[in-house]
Design a binder for this molecule. Structure first.
Ligand code: ZN
Length: 245
């Protein structure tokens, strides 16, 4: 195994009783958020070219998602969306239906992070009962990374906190990518394929296109140049910082 392989972990490898399972590693996670296949494929290619390992929290099924499943450096988790139910939207699926769908698209997955971080004790219990035992919802962007540990929630799942998220970073509410990965602690970081692909440097562009994901020409016209600061450059600086720490 290469040095880089050793530095990047999958969240299912985190062992709460063994700090050595996470202290020297970075855990890249991706909330898919219904990204179109051409976006997923581009990010997949990028991660493979950099020889990175990653946990993908999937929202749906597609050909590009199936390609992720076959790559051994990835693991598949789920990103269930309970928010329509919470917002009282017409036709919203029940909790049981949302979880059954998540299970149907990821039959053997254990890890999850809910869309919009919707969480509650009964939800955690229902997820745990369905075999989703690793809850990656707790977001603690300003707790020292060295102080972060997984813990068992009373409803069953292991809670695995994460400390950095791309769309929070672009609004200035996260520490720098370098700072997060230079610490030796529990460093789980969260990207969205669309923000890496757009190289987002604000949320304005995303807000303008998020209901128009099928329009590839529109999306391509909105990409921030790779030479500019943005989420893509944050990913690169994180990877670079991991390799020199
Ligand atoms: Zn989401």
């Amino acid at each position: 195994m290469g040095e880089k392989f050793e530095r990047f972990g999958l969240v299912s490898e985190i062992d709460a009783s063994d700090t050595a399972s996470f202290r020297e590693k970075i855990f890249l996670t991706f909330d898919v958020d219904w990204a179109p296949d051409f976006v997923i494929r581009d990010i997949d290619r990028l991660l493979r070219s950099l020889e990175l390992r990653a946990t993908w929290f999937i929202t749906h099924e597609s050909d590009a998602i199936n390609e992720l499943r076959r790559y051994p450096n990835y693991e598949i988790g789920v990103h269930p969306d309970f928010s329509p139910l919470l917002m009282g939207k017409a036709g919203a699926l029940s909790v049981q239906q949302v979880i059954a769908y998540a299970r149907s698209i990821a039959p053997s997955s254990t890890a999850f992070r809910c869309h919009s971080l919707v969480q509650s004790t009964p939800l955690l219990y229902e997820m745990f009962e369905a075999g989703f035992t690793l809850d990656c919802n707790p977001f603690l962007p300003f707790t020292p990374v060295e102080a972060l540990f997984p813990w068992r929630h009373g409803s069953g799942p292991m809670r695995i906190p994460y400390c950095w998220e791309d769309d929070t970073w672009v609004i200035g509410e996260c520490r720098s990518p370098q700072e997060v990965v230079s610490a030796h602690g529990l460093a789980v970081v969260d990207f969205h394929p669309i923000h890496v692909w757009l190289n987002s440097e604000s949320l304005e562009v995303y807000e303008g296109i998020k209901h128009d994901f099928g329009n590839e020409d529109l999306l391509r016209s909105k990409r921030n140049d790779e030479s500019q600061p943005g989420v893509l450059s944050a990913l690169h600086s994180m990877v670079d910082a991991v390799m020199v720490r």
